[in-house]
Design a protein around this ligand. Structure first.
Ligand code: ADP
Ligand code: MG
Length: 255
């Protein structure tokens, strides 16, 4: 069974794409078949976090029905599969996110886990990612604006019937101005899945286009990303997931 997990935040720049590339790589290292997909179609950057040399066909071509999804899947050297979005500004127009859900469902069976990198905010891209995912992980930072947006995102996801697995609190510095984990948990009312420290190895890994879990596997943040992967792969098997109904999937797939 393929799980579709959306990585969502509300606020921008909190670490969604970093989480997607590292979580995906860590899951592949654990033997899982994983596809990561860039659903941030207006300002994509997943393909900048991992080195994939040449990708002529992107999610944009699939959304515009110029190519089948299979042609937009590229294999990273780690074994992680990636569906990039186009970096060209000219590709942004005429993007219809209504078909996004059915596109994702056409990937069912092709991986154990599909991880969706979402856009910031709660505009059409983020909403499409929330609607298409079975489960979502909220990425946030330990500060009021990020937590406020995270809370709003959780409420939207709950209204859409998408299960919220929990929150990843990223860029923690144990600074006295930060919100405490107790307050974050109290406000969000979802499990805290991982606490990722502020780590200068993260921007270094992005500049090298190598996920931190591969570049510096022993760094503090990498250890936390691996722990998150274990939690996702093994920790939640027994919790009841509100899977989108098979009927709904078939309906969308055929429409
Ligand atoms: P988003 O996808 O939510 O916009 P990104 O993953 O692109 O966020 O991260 C935004 C910036 O924050 C990046 O430049 C990255 O280097 C930095 N960053 C993310 N996580 C960490 C971390 N744990 N420590 C240090 N810098 C980080
Ligand atoms: Mg991003």
């Amino acid at each position: 069974m393929t799980r579709i997990i959306g990585i969502i935040s509300g606020k921008g720049g909190v670490g969604k794409t970093t989480t997607v590339s590292n979580l995906g790589t860590a899951l592949v290292d654990m033997g899982k078949k994983v596809i990561i997909l860039d659903a941030n179609v207006t300002t994509p950057n997943l393909s900048l976090h991992l080195r994939i040399p040449f990708y002529p066909i992107t999610l944009h071509d699939v959304i515009k029905r110029k190519a089948p999804i299979e042609k937009a899947i590229y294999e990273h050297i780690s074994g992680l599969k990636i569906i990039p979005a186009s970096l060209a500004a000219s590709e942004i127009e005429d993007i219809d996110m209504d078909k996004f859900e059915s596109i994702l469902w056409s990937l069912l069976g092709k991986a154990d886990i599909i991880i969706v990198d979402s856009a910031a905010g709660l505009g059409r891209e983020a909403i499409a990612a929330i609607e298409a995912s079975d489960e979502i992980i909220i990425v946030t930072n330990p500060e009021i604006p990020a937590i406020t947006d995270a809370l709003k995102t959780i409420k939207v996801a709950e209204r859409k019937g998408t299960k919220v697995l929990g929150a990843v609190v990223n860029r923690c510095r144990a600074h006295r101005h930060e919100m405490s984990l107790k307050d974050i948990k109290h406000m969000l009312e979802v499990p805290i899945l991982a606490i990722i420290p502020e780590d200068s190895n993260v921007p270094k890994s992005i500049s090298k286009k190598i996920p931190l879990v591969s570049l510096n596997p022993n760094s503090q943040a990498a250890v936390e990303f691996r722990r998150l992967a274990e939690e996702i792969a093994y920790g939640m098997k027994t919790t009841s997931r509100k899977k989108k109904s098979l009927l709904r999937r078939i309906f969308f797939w055929m429409s």
